[in-house]
Design a protein around this ligand. Structure first.
Ligand code: ADP
Ligand code: MG
Length: 377
């Protein structure tokens, strides 16, 4: 329902895309457990400030929605201020505002979305309510410029849409596992998703069974580096199924039964590493196998991957090898853009601005269960 306190005067639908040479956008992301704000100008990430709440939620072993919302409320303004400062940009230089409108935790989404809408209202600028996963689809098209004088990985992040190719995109995070066919910019079709647990959730839950701290994914990755991935055999769920859906709950359960049959095994440092490597191999092999099969079926020239689990070294390595073998170009999101971040939200909003997509209403409600199928035409 429209909020009568927010008249729609600020949502001017001017042909802004044609008028603005130096497009500058501020984007906000608060869909889960990262408070983030970014400033984007002409495809360049001028700042991308991310305040992670991982430590706050660690003692509960997972994200507590009420705590997440309170923390977003506390951090939203300072994070926006520091993103503007770092980008040496004042609010009146902004041409548009953007925020994640869904999917995500309702109270968390509301904070970033309302903040961006309020700024858009005050500054009389358009506002773009962005689908979190649609933004993930384009984050692999951002590359880090080589900075000759700086430390490794210190160059600016710049979008590279001139080289855009139709692709199959794998989005793997703590809450989602999705395969998407991206036919053209702003044109996609969801192919499959997880029927139960997401890949990141499987990493985190298995890590908890082994007694590793939350979030377990990075820790499993680290220990797996010293382990033998063939030490123990675990199922590759739905790998042989012709569809594009995933299912990871059964794999987690099989690890639980395995540990019941082998009490104390996870206390042995080497066996613990072997176990991490074996479970990681089952997850990664499933993700890589299904992604490549979809890419070959759809005859796309490119595969992309993003989301927190894309930080996983084995997944990066095996996607690289599999794509090279099939002659498919691979684009992996930069590690800093794999987990939740506002830069990808701003970059997609900028593409929408350029393609003259209509902005969202200033009183558009958040959409916690927003389906990717309805995110763009
Ligand atoms: P969400 O939006 O669901 O919070 P993120 O995109 O922020 O997801 O990613 C967090 C997830 O990524 C967690 O499940 C975490 O365990 C997983 N993750 C992060 N790094 C790694 C890694 N190196 N290996 C495996 N999983 C990882
Ligand atoms: Mg997160």
């Amino acid at each position: 329902m429209a909020d009568p306190r927010l008249p729609l005067i600020a949502n001017r639908q001017s042909p802004i895309a044609n008028q603005i040479q130096n497009r500058t956008l501020l984007a906000i992301e608060t869909s889960c457990d990262e408070t983030s704000a970014a400033v984007i100008r002409n495809g360049r990430v001028l700042s991308n400030v991310v305040a992670s709440q991982t430590r706050l939620h660690a003692e509960y072993g997972g994200v507590v929605p009420e705590l997440a919302a309170r923390e977003h409320l506390r951090l939203c303004q300072p994070v926006i201020r520091s993103a503007l400062q770092e980008a040496k940009t004042s609010p009146d230089e902004l041409d548009a505002l953007a925020a994640t409108r869904g999917p995500g935790l309702p109270n968390a989404l509301m904070i970033g979305c309302r903040a961006a809408q309020a700024m858009a209202f005050a500054l009389r600028r358009p506002f773009f309510g962005i689908h979190h996963h649609e933004a993930h689809l384009y984050s692999p098209w951002v590359t880090r410029a080589i900075d000759p004088g700086g430390a490794a990985g210190s160059g600016a992040l710049q979008a590279d849409f001139e080289h855009f190719q139709p692709n199959v995109s794998l989005i793997v995070s703590g809450g989602h596992t999705l395969l998407v066919h991206v036919r053209a910019e702003l044109e996609h079709q969801a192919l499959g998703s997880t029927l139960d647990d997401a890949a990141g959730e499987c990493f985190d839950k298995v890590a908890k069974l082994i007694g590793l701290p939350y979030p377990g994914g990075p820790e499993m990755d680290r220990l797996a580096g010293d382990g033998n991935s063939r030490a123990y055999e675990f199922p590759r769920p739905l790998l042989r199924d012709p569809g594009d859906d995933f299912s990871f709950a059964g794999l987690k359960t099989s690890v639980r039964y395995f540990l019941q049959r082998h009490p104390g095994l996870a206390d042995d440092p080497q066996k613990r590493c072997d176990l991490c490597a074996s479970v990681q191999a089952a997850i990664v092999e499933t993700l890589v196998g299904k992604t490549l099969r979809a890419a070959q079926r759809l005859k796309v020239p490119c595969v992309t991957a993003s989301g927190g689990v894309t930080c996983n070294r084995a997944l990066r390595r095996q996607l690289t090898d599999a794509c090279a073998q099939c002659g498919i170009t691979l684009r992996l999101a930069e590690p800093s853009l794999c987990t939740d971040n506002a830069a990808m939200i701003g970059l997609l909003a900028e593409r929408k601005l350029l393609h003259a997509s209509p902005p969202s209403s200033l009183d558009a409600e958040i959409d916690p269960g927003w389906s990717l199928a309805t995110a763009s035409p």
